[in-house]
Write a protein that binds this ligand. Structure first.
Ligand SMILES: Nc1ncnc2c1ncn2[C@@H]1O[C@H](COP(=O)(O)OP(=O)(O)OP(=O)(O)O)[C@@H](O)[C@H]1O
Ligand SMILES: [Mg+2]
Length: 379
């Protein structure tokens, strides 16, 4: 899978930009705040319809402008496609997605068209921080290989919002009607079971792959494992078990004002030699584990879809030591890759196919290609 063209209009600090990336390794370097991450964010929008950062869609629109556009021309095994995301915060529908020029009705229609994996310094939080980052890691990956999973996530979220609203109503007003709760719970249980089953399946593949990768990167025999930890322990009849759990937890949920069991509370447990990494891991082990999780994500996406995802590496080179950097570069050789860094020396230029300088002047970003001969001679 390749991005042949990226076009931006009023996106963040870009008024207008057209880029033709190389099918191999593309390096974008430039000073802090110049607009490097914005480029990767624009690609991420075309892949998953959302930013990889915690950011409101309206922020994607350049200050003072009414709309923004990020679009890519891609080539995959089925041919060429255009994916565009338009932002128009002042309209009722604030964002629209176009596939080959036609507006799509459902977000799920874009899933899997452009598969990507992003790795940024915040991903070190996958090991040490709360479970929401790990669930997001799984959800972003599985949605790109299984559209039904993405739809199940959306359905589950909608039903849970309805149940939570009813629960809060019951908390505020004990006369409210409880009969609707069972209906919401039954509707939640079906997509919840899809989510749990698929997360379990993918985690067992990921865990095996990450264990091997960890040993290769660290050059040790330490055993890194990932295990899916769910409130549902059973392997079968997950829907029935979930309905029972929702029912049993009603009283507590009404007291607390939210739904306390279900896949939205599950976690991915990471261990090294059977010790929980969250409590015991050193800084170096955290870096190796995060890198192994990302490299495994790439491999599983490729194996499950039959196509290589595009790889976005945002400022991670400076976070990795020489050995881990070399491992990462060695493993990405067959993927189209977009690397950003503040210092171009962070990446071995021999491995780079196309290099660009990103700069900003008076809040206006520009990207200039550095000719091959120029960057190879200088380095
Ligand atoms: N909606 C917007 N309109 C105009 N400029 C914006 C908007 N959103 C962000 N910016 C500008 O984009 C710049 C940040 O871009 P970005 O995060 O891509 O920088 P970067 O090159 O990745 O920096 P670093 O090396 O520090 O990570 C900031 O200067 C910010 O003011
Ligand atoms: Mg950045």
């Amino acid at each position: 899978m390749l991005i042949e063209e990226l076009k931006l209009k009023n996106f963040r600090n870009y008024s207008e930009l057209t880029l033709h990336p190389h099918p191999g390794v593309n390096l974008y370097f430039g000073r802090n705040g110049s607009g490097k991450t914005n480029l990767l964010e624009a690609i991420h929008y075309c892949s998953l319809g959302r930013s990889h950062r915690i950011s409101n869609d309206a922020n994607a629109v350049k200050n003072g402008e009414a709309f923004a556009l990020s679009s890519v021309s891609i080539r995959n095994s089925l041919g060429q496609r255009e994916i565009a995301v338009r932002f128009h915060p002042d309209e009722t529908q604030k964002k629209s997605i176009l596939l080959d020029g036609k507006k799509i009705a459902k977000f799920s229609d874009m899933m899997g068209c452009l598969r990507c994996v992003i790795f940024s310094p915040e991903d070190l939080g996958l090991i040490k921080e709360g479970p929401s980052l790990r669930r997001r890691y799984l959800d972003m990956m599985i949605s790109q290989i299984n559209r039904g999973y993405f739809i199940a996530l959306q359905q589950y979220r909608t039903c849970m919002d309805q149940r939570n609203a009813l629960i809060r109503n019951l908390r505020a007003n004990s006369y409210a009607d409880t009969s609707m709760l069972s209906a919401f719970e039954e509707t939640m249980a079906a997509p919840a079971a899809v989510i749990i089953r698929e997360r379990r399946r993918i985690v067992s593949l990921l865990s095996e792959c990450a264990r091997e990768t960890y040993q290769r990167v660290s050059d040790t025999d330490e055993v890194f494992r990932m295990a899916y930890h769910s409130s549902v322990k059973e392997e079968t009849e997950i829907e029935e078990v979930l309905c029972r759990l929702f029912r049993e937890n009603r009283e507590d949920d009404i007291r607390m004002g939210f739904t306390s069991v279900g896949p939205h509370r599950d976690d991915l447990i990471l261990t090294l030699n059977k010790n929980q990494m969250k409590q015991f891991a050193s800084q170096g082990q955290i870096r190796t584990a995060a890198l192994s999780m990302k490299l495994s994500q790439m491999q599983i996406l490729r194996d499950q879809s039959g196509e290589e995802p595009v790889l976005l590496l945002d400022d991670v080179m400076s976070e990795l030591d020489r050995k881990r950097r070399a491992c990462l570069i060695g493993e990405i050789s067959s993927f189209q890759t977009f690397i950003t860094c503040a210092d171009r020396d962070d990446v071995d230029c021999e491995k780079v196919d196309k290099m660009w300088m990103v700069s900003a002047d008076a809040g206006e970003a520009k990207v200039e290609e550095i000719q091959n001969s120029e960057f190879r001679i200088q380095n």
